[in-house]
Design a protein around this ligand. Structure first.
Ligand code: NI
Length: 254
């Protein structure tokens, strides 16, 4: 049994969501943690998790929303943290890939959501792109918060810093890409700090790279990790499942 710890499930991307969930289950991916990271996708994800017992959600405003997120949006987030299907805050963080013009707004939004995580004892799901140094320095200010470095693709040194802070590394399709250096890092980190994710509909693993991603491809990520570490795929599945349950406490409030 697998849990996809990070995916985006929206009718904008998938025309038949019940069929997608059915296909995922057939592939052994029984549970999914959705990521609602805009006001619109938060509302849609919250509706889906009400309908499906095996779906959970993390909610939070992505750094790309920094210019438009309002007090009202943050109140919606805070209110929904009481919802038992909401298992974390994210994806939140910093993204300097397209420039740093709104760096103060990004940092401010990130801070406000880290404060909520601290106050409500919620794990966070971190999006960090071309912003490692600033991300780490903000996370260090919240030493009582832990979480998942979603779609980790940094160096071994960076990985070790996150691990020393109690964070897990979310590993997805990138690890299967031929030009990726991530495999090297994963093989040195070991299973105890890894979470499996697809980030679907993005970052489709080999051999389906280029097509639309879905949680049903999660086993391809697991088998690549098994190959890298020289362990069985069952071991990858069971250890990453334990890691997921330790971080997200899925059934605590249900
Ligand atoms: Ni994502």
């Amino acid at each position: 049994m697998y849990i996809d710890t990070h995916c985006h499930l929206s009718s904008q991307d998938y025309s038949d969501i019940p069929a997608v969930i059915e296909d995922n289950k057939k592939a052994g991916v029984d549970k999914m943690i959705l990521s609602g990271c805009t006001r619109e996708s938060i509302l849609e994800s919250l509706e889906l998790v009400e309908q499906y017992p095996d779906l959970y959600v993390t909610i939070g405003y992505h750094p790309s929303e920094a210019d438009i997120t309002t007090e009202d949006d943050l109140l919606l987030l805070e209110k929904q943290l009481q919802n038992p299907k909401v298992v974390g805050i994210g994806e939140i963080g910093l993204d300097y890939h397209y420039g740093k013009e709104n760096i103060m707004l990004q940092k401010n939004l990130f801070y406000q959501q880290m404060k909520l995580a601290s106050r409500y004892h919620m794990p966070v799901v971190i999006h960090s792109r071309d912003a490692t140094e600033d991300t780490i320095s903000i996370l260090k200010e919240f030493s009582d918060v832990i979480g998942d470095i979603h779609c980790f693709s940094g160096s071994l040194e960076t990985a070790k810093i996150y691990l020393s802070m109690g964070y897990y590394l979310g590993i997805g399709g990138v690890v299967t890409f031929k030009n990726s250096k991530l495999g090297d890092v994963v093989s040195k980190i070991g299973l105890h700090s890894l979470l499996l994710e697809t980030d679907s509909p993005y970052l489709t693993p080999e051999p389906y790279r280029g097509g639309q991603n879905s949680s049903k491809y999660l086993p391809y990520v697991a088998s690549k990790i098994a190959e890298l570490l020289g362990v069985s795929v069952e071991e990858v599945a069971s250890q990453t499942l334990q890691n997921t349950e330790a971080l997200f406490d899925l059934d605590h409030n249900l």
